[in-house]
Design a protein around this ligand. Structure first.
Ligand code: ADP
Ligand code: ZN
Ligand code: ZN
Length: 716
């Protein structure tokens, strides 16, 4: 008997195919079954998506091709997983095939059924008696009252939960115990724990393994992130899919892990922008985690010391937030969507002063001051006491641009509408957008002046200047000051970041200069001073999320200082954060001084609400790339006019702005334009986008290289 199968395969992006193709099979196959099918001249991995009564397009049996082989050693992907994929495809405007195949481990695509069967035999989980020999698990610490209360509410309420906990308040311990209780209660239950960055997974993994491997065995904890080898990823995926892995730890991609008994999802540092995928299906793993948890009947716990304004808004109490909101009363008279669990106190620091925030008014410093004298003195005092300082600057390289004062030449990239950054260390000009690198010219290429000079400052220059300013200083052991730098340039190679962090941990480094990479998650015990040298540009950025990111960065960075409270108490000293600014009166800094995230959030949300921006409105960006800026914009504007003419669904509630060049308009000689689409209604925006897709497809001509929709974009 012949069965028709609708199968999800990886179709080329923008092929106008839904990613579901019809095949036939002599055997009935359940939805979710993994198969290999012919596609053009190749053979490819597919997922049986539906089993229609007859070929959907009325094609004859002869015209459809048969399934090549069936991976029957792997249980079909279950319905909730397929629903997650379908939802993601629909919501983020991609094909089911693309999302489904991207969610599977890459190696699965390469193996045939026999090779896979061999892998599976090898990957059989260890037997129970192996596990009995393991040492007893390390005892969990006694919870602080705040942790106990957070867990009590987590256990008794339904969520979603926002764990608003200061850095060092013991959020990870709450995750560990929430997982522990869930696994103990339900012998099948699985938990998914997500972290934003690969380099944070080893620390978290160590804590989870230490707690759970002794009890549940070596195979019970698996990781999922992009720096694992293909065989490691396949093994982890299979263990989760078979239900043998009780805990999956991973980065954003792990939100698509197949976990048949998923009962709990944790999203650590939920505000982190790296939860948003920036290519292909541009999904937000945090948002999908919340959706998936509801769909699976699992609990979800989002944790942060500086939640995203979206999540904070969802956890706001209607009564606090209602006054003065005339004209938009509908959205306000409601109970909060997320339950907020609050842990304001650092573990072991009860009664101690939090990191003191000091603002240096740069208006009162000589022009071109990089390090104000009081900040330098404070750093010098630290070096002499054997303590460490962190210096934050959000720009790598030596100087953002080289210029000629005679003729005005600047180090533009010939292929991008951006300047190439001067890297003094190897005397190159590097484009951070297309990678184009050249040696610094001996003289100005346009007028021959030999005196071309750097403009502005990057981490390299800050490191160099500090070395000069602090060169006469001695450490307690009599040695010279040691300054190190950590940014994307110093950590390109695998293992470099870990090695550099180890130097900081061991106390070899006195002053660490770096980009936001150094502000996240690392536990630097001897750091007692953090300095933000010039954070002002984020206050007046065209990106409305810039202040939110700056506040999160600075508040997280205050948590990096003074982790060793006992040491500080013995020294009688306190940890400090120094901020050099021309705008010391800015409300962002006022809130920072008081470590008052809620005050900052209320102020920002009021501004966002007044301007009808997210989370009070919903946005999508359509980006187009073409050889010329005119072609890119014309494509977007014409497709927009089509939507207007045809009055497609949702268009009456959706605002489309005219196409504009992107902030970096040209990259690698390709012109880029974008169109912002906005609505007060998420449903209307969704309806509009899905009906607009075919019109965009139809409008595309050969002048357009590619286009893509970004739903809920992070940067505009
Ligand atoms: P967060 O994730 O909120 O930044 P962590 O969970 O990393 O905080 O906790 C900070 C430190 O406090 C860690 O060294 C952790 O081991 C310790 N800690 C957490 N909870 C407790 C507790 N209840 N008793 C003792 N130490 C704890
Ligand atoms: Zn370039
Ligand atoms: Zn010149």
């Amino acid at each position: 008997m012949t069965c028709w199968l609708s199968i999800a395969v990886q179709t080329p992006a923008h092929s106008a195919l839904s990613g579901l193709l019809t095949y036939r099979s002599e055997l009935p196959l359940a939805p979710g079954t993994l198969v290999r099918v012919p596609l053009g001249k190749r053979e490819t991995l597919g997922v049986v998506w539906a089993v229609p009564e007859e070929a959907a397009d009325g094609r004859l049996e002869l015209e459809t091709r048969p399934v090549t082989s069936v991976f029957d050693a792997i249980a079909p992907l279950n319905e909730t997983w397929r629903e997650l994929v379908s939802f993601s495809a629909r919501y983020y405007q991609r094909s089911i095939g693309e999302v489904a195949l991207a969610a599977l481990p890459p190696q699965l695509r390469e193996l045939d059924a026999t090779q896979l069967a061999r892998r599976l035999r090898r990957a059989k989980p260890g037997t129970a008696d192996e596990e009995d020999a393991s040492p007893p698990s390390r005892a969990a610490p006694l919870l602080t009252p705040e942790q106990a209360e957070a867990l009590r509410r987590f256990e008794s309420e339904s969520g979603p939960f926002l764990l608003f906990g200061a850095t060092g308040s013991g959020k990870t311990e709450v995750y560990l115990q929430a997982v522990e209780r869930m696994l103990a209660r339900d012998p099948d239950a699985q938990a998914l724990v997500m972290v934003p960055e690969i380099n944070l997974t080893p620390q978290l993994e160590a804590r989870f393994r230490e707690r759970f491997v002794p009890r549940y065995g070596e195979a019970s904890v698996v990781s999922m992130h992009s720096s694992m080898t293909p065989p490691q990823r396949l093994r982890g995926w299979l263990a989760a899919h078979a239900g043998n892995a009780r805990i999956v730890l991973g980065t954003r991609m792990a939100v698509f892990a197949s976990m048949p008994a998923l009962k709990l999802i944790v999203v650590d540092e939920e505000h982190d922008p790296s939860y948003k995928q920036q290519e292909g299906a541009r999904y937000s793993a945090r948002d999908l985690a919340v959706w998936r948890a509801r769909q699976e009947g699992a609990k979800v716990l989002l944790g942060s010391a500086t939640p995203s304004l979206e999540s904070w808004h969802h956890s706001r109490d209607a009564t606090i937030h209602a006054p003065g909101a005339e004209g938009s009363d509908d959205g306000h008279a409601r109970a909060p969507r997320y339950a907020r669990l609050t842990m304001p106190t650092r573990v072991g620091a009860q009664g101690e002063a939090p990191t003191r925030v000091l603002l240096v008014d740069m208006n009162h410093q000589p022009k071109k001051t990089v390090f104000s004298p009081p900040l330098l003195q404070a750093m010098a005092a630290r070096v002499q006491r054997g303590e460490q300082s962190l210096v934050l600057l959000n720009r790598r390289g030596y100087a953002p641009v080289l210029h000629c004062a005679d003729c005005g030449w600047k180090s533009e990239c010939p292929y991008c509408s951006a300047y190439r950054v001067f890297h003094k260390i190897d005397r190159t000009l590097r484009c951070h957008h297309c990678g184009f690198t050249e040696r610094v010219p001996r003289a100005c290429p346009s007028c021959g002046n030999v005196d071309i000079t750097p403009l502005g400052r990057g981490t390299e220059q800050i490191e160099e200047q500090l070395a000069a300013l602090l060169q006469d200083l001695r450490r307690p052991d009599g040695g010279p000051v040691r300054i190190a730098r950590i940014d994307a340039d110093t950590t390109r190679l695998k293992g470099e970041l870990e090695a550099q962090l180890a130097q900081v941990h061991s106390g070899e480094v006195d002053v660490l200069v770096g980009t936001q990479m150094i502000a996240k998650g690392h536990d630097f015990r001897r750091v007692t001073l953090v300095a933000a040298v010039s954070p002002d540009s984020a206050l007046f950025s065209s990106d409305f999320r810039a202040p939110e990111r700056l506040f999160a960065l600075l508040l997280q960075a205050t948590g990096r200082a003074g982790r060793d409270a006992a040491y500080l108490a013995a020294q009688g000293s306190a940890s400090e954060m120094w901020v050099q600014t021309f705008h010391p009166q800015h409300p962002l800094f006022a809130a920072l001084k008081k470590h008052d995230y809620p005050a900052f959030a209320e102020q920002q949300l009021a501004e966002r609400e007044a301007a009808a921006m997210p989370p009070f409105a919903f946005q999508a960006l359509v980006r187009a790339e073409a050889r010329t800026q005119e072609a890119a914009q014309a494509f977007l504007n014409a497709a927009s006019a089509d939507a207007q003419a045809q009055e497609i669904g949702g268009s009456d509630m959706v605002t489309r702005f005219p196409a504009v060049p992107m902030a970096i308009q040209r990259v690698a000689n390709i012109e880029r334009a974008q169109m912002l689409v906005e609505s007060g209604s998420r449903a209307a925006l969704q309806r509009f986008l899905s009906e607009w897709q075919p019109l965009l497809h139809a409008r595309r001509d050969r002048s357009v290289i590619r286009w893509a929709v970004d739903v809920d974009p992070l940067a505009i």
